[in-house]
Every structure is written in C-alpha cells, then in structure tokens.
Design a protein around this ligand. Structure first.
Ligand SMILES: NC(=O)c1ccc[n+]([C@@H]2O[C@H](COP(=O)([O-])OP(=O)(O)OC[C@H]3O[C@@H](n4cnc5c(N)ncnc54)[C@H](OP(=O)(O)O)[C@@H]3O)[C@@H](O)[C@H]2O)c1
Length: 340
C-alpha cells in the first residue's frame, strides 16, 4: 500500500505512521523537516511546504500515483482545492483529518453522532467544514474516494496536556506544586480524550478500505469524565498532590479576559462527548487501548524532555484570579451573613 502522509511527524500523524508500518505499508511523509521525527527509519521523506501550491502539486504528481493519501494539516479550503488538483485521478483513497469542532458543540443530544448537523462556532471549525465540502464534492464527482475523520481531543508525546481553560503551558507545573486549579462552571462539564497512537490505529486501518469511502467518522476515546475528574486523574497520574479545584462561572471568566479564555468560549465550555460507534463498526481494529494515566505519564515525560512545561510562576494570573475569587467569596458570605 503506497501511502503518503501530508504531515507525518506531528502528534497524531506519528501514531498513524507507526500503525501503518505495522500494516506493512510503504510510507512517504511530506513536511518541511522542522518538526523532530519521533520514529526511526523505514519512512521516505519528501521535503516541502504544502502552502507553496504549485511546487506541492507538481512534486505530488511526480511522486504518485498513491494507493492512499492522508492529509493531516489541511485547514483551509484553498489547501483542500490544492489537494484535489494534486491527487484527483492519482490516488486510490484520500483521507482528510477534520475535527469535531465542525459540530459546534451547542447540540443538546449526546453523544454527538456523524449525523448531527454541523454548526461550527469557531473559524477553525468553519474552515474545516469548508474543506470537508471540497473533498466530498471531489468524491461525488468520482475524482478520488474520500474519507473524513473527525478527532476530538487527542493527546500524547509530541503534544501537551490540556486543562479545562485551554492549552495553558503552566498546568503541569501548577499540579506538581499543588497550586489551585481553576475549572470553569461547577466542574461537571463532560470531556473525552483519545491517545494519539490509538487514533493512529483508526486512521491506518481505514486506509484503503472501500467500506470507508464517502464516509465521515468521529474518532474519540471511550472514557467520558467530568473536568473535575480529568484534573484529579491527571494529577494522580503524574504523582502530584490532589489539587484544590476552584470553580468559577464560565461567563465571569469570559467577562474578565475573553482573549485568554477563547478556547473555553469556543470548545471547553461545552460537553465534548462524541460516539465512535460508526468507526468501530467499519474499522473494528480501532479501540481505546491506552489507559489515561499511562498516556499522560508518557506525554509529560516527553514534555519534560523537550522543556515544554512552563513554570507556574511564569504566569501569575491564575493565582491572582484565585486570590480575588476567594476574597470575593469571603466578602459575600460576610455581607449575606452565611457560611459555605
Ligand atoms: N490534537 C487534537 O486534539 C486534534 C483534535 C481534532 C483535530 N485535530 C486535527 O489533527 C491534525 C493535526 O495532526 P497532527 O497532530 O498529527 O499534526 P501536528 O502535530 O500539527 O503536526 C504537523 C505536521 O505537519 C507538518 N507541517 C506543518 N506545517 C506544514 C507545512 N506548511 N507544509 C508541510 N508540512 C507541514 C509538520 O512537520 P514540519 O513542521 O517539519 O513541517 C508535522 O509533520 C489537524 O488537522 C487538526 O485539525 C487534532
């Protein structure tokens, strides 16, 4: 199976390469060569920038045809159009990595299925929907068989460990130091995380499979946890003390600093619960094999090794917020003559 991965050294794409190698695929990765490759040999490398459309398209035509092409880093419709020019008639199966952010998360029925209407809240989600439509039109026009994957939160070595407020680089150091952790709302929002190598298996075993042609799949982890549990389990996994969780209303956080909490506004304030049942039916090799605690330990070990963990003191805002919130709570209790 002659397979091209656009990307190939990233968080998810490394897991895909690993699983495809196990399947015996002949793999080429296309990237700029800036991101460290975490796997050994056995993979051919084509260097280039996918945004240099003319050079990208002629390089792909020269190196093709491909049995399978997987695009991990297509974010805008003009990139999708470039893919169609590069691969139409030169590829047996094209897989596009989209996102669950295409749904918009405002739906009331959980879990979110592939049939849930897409109403994205973010520019990221809207652009991914536009890309999906470019590829589905190419599929309908029989230019190339297309499959769409919609991952939810995916973590692992090569990435970081998120918290309920976003991608705060100080989160792990705050946990290690036993500092309070702000969790929005009452901490009962629901969340699902998937390990990158598990997600890689899902992509790799869909590759070249006719049952997957023309289909879209959510690809998410099995476990559903509250944000409070997520935070507590992350602390326990890395041997940090049980954190003091400070619940602050989401609306208040957004009023205080909309830019800082942009990810909370667009993503984390909503339940992130999706079903992978359709994928498991069509690609039974896909499963959540990695226990969360072990996945987090591996991710944090990688972050330590690559100095990706920022010191808690480098961002004093969360401590200031907690101090003001605690004082506010005490003042309210005093004024109302109540005690928690
Ligand atoms: N992680 C999540 O929670 C999550 C959730 C939903 C959806 N997704 C989707 O997952 C995809 C990201 O996958 P990933 O995590 O494997 O990728 P990634 O970590 O973002 O890695 C990016 C890869 O693409 C290459 N690259 C970046 N810019 C390039 C360019 N202009 N030209 C050529 N190569 C380029 C990088 O290598 P060089 O730097 O060497 O070029 C690297 O191999 C995205 O489509 C995203 O929307 C992720």
């Amino acid at each position: 199976m002659k397979t091209l991965i656009i990307g190939g050294t990233g968080l998810i794409s490394t897991g895909i390469v690993k699983a495809l190698l196990k399947r015996g695929a002949a793999i080429t990765v296309f990237n700029r060569g800036q991101t460290e490759a975490r796997l050994g040999g056995g993979v051919k490398h084509l260097a280039g920038d996918r945004n240099d459309f003319a050079a990208f398209e002629s390089a792909m035509a020269a190196a093709g045809p491909w049995d399978v092409v997987i695009d991990m880093i297509c974010f805008r419709p003009e990139q999708a159009e470039s893919d169609v020019r590069a691969f139409a008639g030169r590829c047996g199966h094209f897989i596009f990595c989209s996102t669950v952010c295409t749904y918009g998360n405002t739906q009331t029925g959980l879990p979110t299925l592939e049939t849930t209407p897409q109403a994205p809240l973010s520019a990221y989600g809207r652009d991914k929907v536009a890309c999906e439509q470019v590829f589905l039109r190419a599929h309908a026009a029989k230019k190339m068989p297309v499959t769409i994957f919609r991952p939810s939160h995916t973590y692992g070595p090569g990435g970081n460990v998120i918290n309920n407020l976003g991608w705060e680089a100080t989160f792990i150091d705050r946990l290690r130091q036993g500092r309070p952790i702000v969790v929005s709302g009452d901490g009962h929002g629901l969340w699902q995380s998937a390990y990158s190598e598990d997600v890689g298996v899902g992509f790799a075993h869909a590759a070249g499979k006719p049952a997957c042609f023309g289909e879209a799949y959510n690809i998410v982890g099995d476990e559903i946890v509250t944000w409070d549990e997520y935070t507590q389990r992350t602390a326990a996994a890395i041997g940090a003390p049980a954190p003091r969780l400070v619940h602050i209303p989401t609306d208040l956080l957004l009023t205080l600093d909309r830019a800082r909490y942009a990810a909370l506004e667009e993503i984390f304030r909503f339940h992130g619960v999706y079903s992978s049942a359709k994928l498991k039916h069509d690609v039974p090799e896909y499963r959540s094999a990695m226990p969360y605690a072990e996945g987090v330990r591996r991710t944090v070990a990688w972050m330590d090794q690559h100095r990706k963990i920022a010191a808690a003191d480098s961002d004093p805002q969360e401590d200031r917020l907690v101090a003001v919130w605690d004082q506010l709570s005490r003042d309210l209790q005093k004024q109302l003559g109540t005690r928690a």
